[in-house]
Design a protein around this ligand. Structure first.
Ligand code: PLP
Length: 462
């Protein structure tokens, strides 16, 4: 293994150097992928293994650089990366105390601290899921099984319906299909002009469904919608859920980390009333993917929905330390350690600084846009998604051209009838200069490629 570690260090150094000199790796067109890179697997071992590996690493999109704004993650937090490297080296599976030992404590400590930050009672608990979509899935399954405790043995026999905003993540309808509720039984509730779910529209839809003989069981609120980064107002939704005895889940995959900030925690006020809450530390906290946490106020439902006995596996220690009793998977990688190494090294106050930095960078971006007349702003305050158009250039053309010419990685989104560039200030390793650099790179690109961009637009519209 020592040889591989030396190779790892060598490759890491080359990558760090490349990230500095060429923050955007020139994309390998998918059609040419196998011509340009030796990816094929053959009968015989590769003679030039190291060389091939280096080429693969250096041609992979660079998500840790100051020009990567394409997704709801970015940057590289060194302490969290160290934790994940150690998790790989240790290679535990988190299902039992017997094989994960103190790593179980690491996971439990994170879950307890998060429950405490929310203000959940001692009856709360949680687990790590393989991503925000699966955290939502677990919440939906718990809600379904809490609504009707016989479902886990008899299957779904009622006309169940669930509610989420029109701006929520696509995992909600996908999960509805996976869990036997059905995509057609997802009610997409209208949002206001800021992209937040309208509580009055929710209440009306529930009344209609009840009158039509449906069984409402679940409401999903979003803390940071995927495109606009909007926060649904939790209190009025909690009132409605309380009235109708519905499970309220808050999907904080994107921006649930505001719980760490005294300044921004108000964006999820009322969170303690939600039955469950999920947050992706691999988004705002900047840990390596994936690091997705789901907590619920009702530990008993976590057990009810996910606990299954397996004599071959659970042979020592109690359920409290055999975390496989409350997880989605059986074998499960240690996603907690990377968040723990980060948290332990900077403290909760350090996590707060990470959150606050992202909102400050978003303010820098919005201020820039509002002070430059060639820009139109489409997003709102209290969000780390900054959505805009520049000189009326269609966002799709602009983002694609920036990517194809290895200039900048940024994506586009839509809200109502508008399509726009979505700049996400989620990399807390960035500073104000990096955000201003984003705009100057974009503007230089447009001025150098104005003719090309204009011709692409006219050929699309003709
Ligand atoms: C609001 C929201 N929920 C859920 C998810 C899904 O998270 P994951 O990609 O970890 O499955 C996302 C991803 O962007 C999201 O924005």
């Amino acid at each position: 293994m020592q040889n591989e570690l030396e190779l790892f260090n060598k490759l890491a150094s080359k990558l760090f150097e490349a990230e500095q000199t060429t923050p955007v790796a020139p994309p390998v067109p998918a059609a040419q992928l196998f011509d340009e890179l030796d990816i094929s697997l053959d009968e015989q071992p590769a003679a030039d293994f190291e060389e091939i590996l280096e080429k693969l690493v250096l041609n992979t999109p660079r998500t840790a650089t100051r020009l990567f704004f394409n997704q709801l993650f970015g940057g590289r937090n060194p302490k969290a990366t160290l934790g994940d490297l150690l998790a790989v080296l240790l290679n535990n599976s988190m299902y039992t105390y017997k094989v994960a030992g103190p790593q179980v404590g690491v996971e439990k400590e994170i879950l307890r601290q998060i429950c405490n930050l929310i203000g959940y009672p001692e009856t709360s608990d949680g687990t790590f899921a393989p991503g925000g979509s699966m955290s939502n899935f677990m919440a939906m399954v718990m809600a379904r099984d809490a609504h009707n405790k016989k479902i886990i043995s008899h299957g779904v026999q009622q006309k169940l319906v669930l509610y989420t905003s029109a701006e929520s993540h696509y995992s909600i309808p996908k999960n509805a299909a996976l869990m036997g509720v059905g995509r057609e039984h997802v009610r997409f509730i209208e949002v206001d002009r800021f992209g937040k779910m309208k509580p009055s529209a929710l209440a009306e839809q529930i009344a209609t469904d009840l009158a039509d003989g449906f069984h409402p069981f679940f409401v999903n609120a979003t803390a940071g919608t995927t495109v606009l980064g909007a926060f649904d107002a939790i209190e009025p939704l909690a009132d409605i859920c309380q009235k109708h005895n519905l499970w309220l889940h808050v999907d904080g995959a994107y921006c649930g980390s505001v719980i760490f900030s005294k300044t921004y925690k108000h964006l999820v006020s009322g969170l303690e009333r939600a039955d469950s809450f999920s947050v992706n530390a691999h988004k705002m906290m900047g840990t390596p993917l994936t690091c997705s946490i789901i907590v619920t106020k009702h530990k008993q439902f976590l057990h009810h929905s996910f606990s299954t006995n397996a004599a071959y596996l659970y042979q020592t220690d109690g359920d409290d330390y055999n975390l496989g009793k409350t997880s989605l998977q059986c074998g499960r990688r240690n996603d907690a350690l990377k968040f723990w190494t980060l948290w332990k090294s900077v403290g909760t106050r350090g996590l707060e600084t990470i959150v606050d930095q992202q909102f400050e960078l978003a303010t820098v971006a919005r201020d820039y846009i509002e002070n430059h007349p060639d820009y139109t702003l489409y997003s709102f305050n209290d969000s780390i998604s900054v959505c805009f158009n520049y000189k009326g250039i269609p966002a799709q053309q602009l983002c694609t051209a920036l990517y194809e010419q290895a200039t900048l990685m940024v994506g586009y989104g839509t809200f109502n009838d508008d399509e726009f560039v979505r700049l996400v200030t989620i990399n807390a390793g960035n500073n104000k200069a990096d955000i201003l650099n984003f705009f100057s790179v974009l503007e230089d690109f447009v001025s150098e490629n104005e003719v090309m961009l204009a011709s692409e637009v006219s050929s699309e519209t003709s």
